[in-house]
Design a protein around this ligand. Structure first.
Ligand SMILES: [Zn+2]
Ligand SMILES: [Zn+2]
Ligand SMILES: [Zn+2]
Ligand SMILES: [Zn+2]
Length: 239
């Protein structure tokens, strides 16, 4: 399930062929990441002495590591190998609590909370905060999300649905500015307030991140958002 990083330690010659050719020799540590990135580290500093980012192909045959990407090539010849190994590696995320199933560490990375032990994964809205409070039902962390109001819901939407909570709060709460019909809370990728008369009326607005604070001059609700006050209709200038 986990991807692997490969490391090779030894006395090596690293030859980089790109716009110019550069050669280094020494006791170095070569790291090959699952995405094909190859880094050759020597004794000092954080910067590799040679590298190739996300190479198209990486081969390690007969003591020679050969990475290629377009016209660029990085070749690491191992003269005297001290050790080679493969280790599991994951994206490193922000720690956000503990998995209730296996006690593994939860991290938040690229829009999902993942357990580093069992691999359980839960997608998280981009603007949500993961809280230290946990769900009474299942023990997962809770999320705080602003959709017209501040909602605190379970990380697992099967356990507790943000959509249901927002619908209970705002379904049919506002009128369509085009035809006077009710705006329904619907999921179209993100949550929107869309006219009940669709497809005869195709008025719809994405629910902004923020809480409702009174009304806009146009009659729709106004939202207090991280970037200031705005109308539910992002193109309205009267908020
Ligand atoms: Zn787990
Ligand atoms: Zn739950
Ligand atoms: Zn309408
Ligand atoms: Zn408005």
């Amino acid at each position: 399930m986990h991807e692997e990083v490969r490391v090779v330690a030894g006395e090596c010659t690293a030859t980089f062929d790109g716009s110019e050719e550069r050669e280094h020799r020494g006791e170095v540590l070569t790291v090959v990441k699952p995405d094909g990135t190859v880094l050759v580290h020597d004794a000092g500093g954080y910067q590799p002495v040679a590298w190739l980012t996300r190479a198209e192909s990486v081969q390690f045959v007969d003591g020679v590591l050969d990475a290629r990407d377009g016209d660029q090539r990085l070749r690491v010849e191992v003269h005297d190998e001290h050790g080679t190994a493969r280790h599991p590696v994951t994206p490193a995320g922000v720690p956000v609590g503990t998995c209730p199933d296996c006690e593994g560490a939860f991290v938040l990375a690229s829009g999902a909370v993942r357990c580093l032990d069992c691999g359980a994964s839960y997608s998280v809205p981009r603007d949500a905060a993961v809280l230290s409070e946990t769900c009474d039902e299942c023990g997962l962390p809770q999320l705080r999300v602003e959709r017209g109001r501040t909602f605190e819901v379970c990380l697992d939407r099967e356990c507790e649905s943000l959509d249901e909570r927002v619908t209970a709060a705002f379904d049919r709460a506002w009128d369509c500015p085009e035809c006077g019909g009710d705006l329904r809370i619907l999921r179209r990728g993100g949550l929107i307030a869309g006219c009940e008369r669709y497809p005869d009326c195709d008025t719809g607005f994405a629910l902004p991140t923020g809480v409702v604070d009174g009304s806009c001059g146009c009659g729709l609700p106004a939202f207090e958002t991280p970037s200031g006050r705005r109308c539910l209709d992002g193109s309205c200038a009267s908020a």
